[in-house]
Design a protein around this ligand. Structure first.
Ligand code: AMP
Ligand code: GLY
Length: 407
């Protein structure tokens, strides 16, 4: 089976490492456009715009791909899955319509309403007057979200009424959601879906704020760990039953079969687990820690999802080991990342036992160091040992990833 992976981040690098670790030959994988780290493991085809129909369909043909795995949300929302399916290629990733679960926060709320899934209250607003009225209704802290994709920049959570209104003003043109504030710990749980059946992967916790102690702006994610030892034992079953399965069933009823990863962004509140958001693809950096623990054949799982056979065969199996990843970001990230600068020491880091590096973008989140060990404390120590070897002028990383769970 020949697999084409679309994307160029640390997530795609982690997917490729996992494919190889669980039995796929590197020669059977090609990545487009990839990055320098991915190119050290498999062939990359750089001459491509992965949101362009013609580019993507030509690439799938010329590479004779049996399976295309789409990493990021942009090509999914742009409909690349539909184009590829029309030419008879198996695609791991939802259709353009189904990708609206991530592409429109309002659509996601509607699906949740139909499916009876627990989530915070929200109002879709088209004028600033409506925004103010909803802010009064929900009270502070204010949660304001752009309806459409905004590369992680669309959400603000603040006590500051003026800042909330400023943010709303920026996105009001395409609609903003004003949401009830939910208080609690966040957890990411991915499900593979074949359109009908879902299969849980293992939970992870992501650290979204740029700086230590959860200060600074929201980012794509600055680090993560897996498993999440403080969760109740029935957590995964409950999320499957209350959230993932009803959503996939509702999407099927709406004629939008959901094939791919249903990423449940959850918050564990005093009143139970609720959905903060859905994404329609693997999370970055959670994938680096979750797939590092996967023992099952990933290519087989993805193919079973694409062919409606997720329930034919074993569930995804995970090692009891723990993993922690810490993201190295470039100066200025996330607001104004500097031009790309040289990164050194990656080989030295990877030479350490229990350490691997997933290469990210040239600027922004430039890489994720993944530590692996018997428990979170040991895995965390490995990740930071790895980072000590790596140099990037102006680069920074959080020092407190998984610190509290290591005590
Ligand atoms: P989202 O893009 O919807 O995941 O939002 C980004 C981040 O904003 C989340 O990971 C949370 O930390 C925070 N957030 C979003 N919605 C809420 C909410 N209703 N209550 C509290 N925090 C939220
Ligand atoms: N880590 C958050 C995301 O992938 O959206």
């Amino acid at each position: 089976m020949r697999i084409l992976v679309l994307g160029s981040g640390a997530r795609e690098h982690a997917i490729i490492k996992s494919l190889i670790r669980t039995g796929t030959e590197p020669e059977d994988i090609v990545c487009a456009p990839g990055n320098s780290g991915i190119a050290a493991e498999v062939e990359c085809r750089t001459d491509i715009d992965i949101t362009n129909e013609l580019d993507v369909s030509r690439m799938a043909i010329s590479e004779r791909a049996d399976l295309v795995v789409i990493g990021p949300e942009a090509p999914l929302v742009a409909g690349m899955t539909d184009v590829l399916r029309q030419q008879g290629v198996q695609v791991f990733g939802p259709s353009k319509q189904a990708a609206q679960l991530e592409g429109s926060k309002n659509f996601a709320k509607e699906v949740m309403r139909h499916a009876g899934v627990p989530t915070g209250g929200a109002t879709l607003c088209h004028t600033l007057e409506e925004v103010e009225a909803s802010m009064d209704e929900f009270g502070a802290p204010y949660v304001i979200k752009a309806d459409g994709l905004a590369s992680g920049k669309g959400v603000i959570v603040t006590e500051d009424r003026e800042a909330a209104l400023e943010h709303a003003k920026k996105y009001i043109h395409d609609g903003v959601l004003v949401e009830e504030f939910l208080d609690g710990q966040e957890v990411s749980l991915f499900f593979l879906s074949d359109g009908k059946n879902v299969m849980p992967l293992s939970p992870a916790q992501d650290f979204k704020r740029a700086f230590d102690n959860d200060e600074g702006p929201n980012t794509g994610g600055m680090g993560a760990y897996s498993p999440v030892p403080w969760l109740p034992e029935d957590f995964v079953d409950e999320v499957q039953e209350m959230i993932a399965q009803p959503v996939v069933t509702t999407m099927r009823d709406m004629d939008m079969d959901f094939v791919g990863v249903l990423y449940c962004g959850l918050i564990v509140t005093e009143k139970g687990t609720k959905v903060i958001e859905f994404n329609v693809r693997f999370g970055d950096p959670e994938t680096q820690v979750v797939l590092r623990r996967l023992k099952s054949d990933l290519a087989d799982l993805l193919m079973r999802a694409c062919t409606g056979r997720l329930n034919h065969g074993p569930q995804a199996d995970f090692s009891f080991h723990s993993t922690v990843t810490v993201v190295l970001a470039s100066e200025g990230y996330p607001t104004n990342p500097v031009e790309p600068r040289e990164v050194t020491g990656i080989e030295k880091a990877e030479a350490l036992e229990g350490v691997e590096v997933c290469k990210g973008s040239d600027t922004g989140r430039v890489l994720s160091v993944v530590g692996h060990g018997d428990n979170i404390k040991k895995a965390r120590a490995k990740a930071y040992m790895g980072l000590e070897q790596i140099k990037l002028e102006g680069g920074f990383f959080r020092k407190d990833i998984a610190e509290k769970v290591s005590e």
